[in-house]
Ligand binder design. Structure first.
Ligand SMILES: O=C(O)CCC(=O)C(=O)O
Length: 292
């Protein structure tokens, strides 16, 4: 599905953007499902199994920042995950056997969509090997102004940074400056609606607030090589097996020597990355007054 050049770029940079992976009809269907979900959030007061809410959410002015596990919420998100084009790309990048780790749909509404502080996904879910990535399906034209994801090229080959707060608990955010990283080196994953970004589980990334008058929806699927086993354990083996997208199941983990820090002790504020990161003392992305 991908050219050698694209695969080499993924290996070198730690991320690529591929255009026109999601077709227009399915995208329109996803947008409609999403609009219905946001409408239904008027009846929701606090975060629950489906919704992660922005500060200031109310029934009059619904503000949703995430739909949790969208592939379990509506079949349109499950079906695209198993589409031949997407599976073909995942196989190119992860090998023949691929398993879904999780999914989420991050929304950034015009003017107030929350930033996501710098982090490595690997800090949240270390595995026996690091053949894992996140697919970011762009549900809207995505630019720097409406809150594109930024990645730090090459950092997937570097250390696993500390994502713990002053209290010693996991907080899902790293101290970007202390790590010696510079915003000037970051590259935004921009693209027209229907494009997908693919970022390596160890690459440092984050995203700014949406300062534009356009929404930004990013549907994220986290995928692993089928022989990558989560170091935090497998609470339900049948459920784990049910997430195999292609290839053969195996009980032989592939072990690779790569830097790991466990997300322990667990976050004080569990539920989502937004909640975890409220415990982080430092902010590298500004939040304007309208969003507070
Ligand atoms: O929505 C975004 O821009 C960032 C998403 C992300 O990195 C995450 O949810 O882990």
């Amino acid at each position: 599905m991908l050219s050698k050049k694209q695969i080499d770029e993924y290996k070198e940079v730690g991320a690529i953007v591929v255009e026109s992976v999601l077709d227009e009809a399915v995208r329109a269907q996803m947008k409609k499902v999403l609009a219905d979900l946001v409408e239904r959030s008027r009846a929701v007061r606090t975060h629950d199994k489906v919704y992660d809410l922005e500060p200031g959410h109310s029934s009059e002015e619904p503000r949703v920042r995430r739909i949790k596990t969208p592939h379990l919420v509506n079949p349109v998100f499950a079906d695209f995950l198993r589409s031949p084009k997407l599976i073909g790309i995942l196989r190119d990048l992860l090998g023949d056997g691929v398993r879904l780790h999780g999914s989420k749909l991050n929304l950034k509404a015009p003017h107030f969509g929350s930033p996501v502080e710098w982090h490595q996904d690997w800090a949240f879910y270390p595995h026996t090997n690091d053949d894992l990535l996140a697919v970011g399906v762009m549900l809207d034209d995505t630019t720097v102004e409406n809150g594109a994801l930024y990645i730090l090229p090459g950092t997937h080959k570097g250390p696993t940074y500390d994502h713990h707060g002053d209290d010693g608990r996991f907080c899902g955010a790293m101290d970007f400056e202390a790590a010696g990283l510079r915003f000037a080196d970051a590259v935004p994953c921009v693209g027209s609606a229907g494009s997908c970004s693919f970022h390596h589980v160890r690459v440092v990334h984050g995203s700014a607030q949406n300062t534009s008058d356009r929404s930004r929806g990013l549907l994220l699927y986290e995928a692993s090589a089928a022989d990558a086993f989560p170091l935090m354990g497998i609470p339900d083996y049948d459920e784990f097996k049910g997430r195999l997208l292609c290839g053969k199941e195996s009980i032989v983990p592939r072990m690779v020597d790569c830097p790991v820090r466990m997300p322990l002790p667990p976050a004080l504020n569990p539920g989502s990355i937004y909640e975890n990161q409220t415990a982080s003392a430092k902010r590298f992305f500004e939040v304007s007054k309208v969003a507070k």
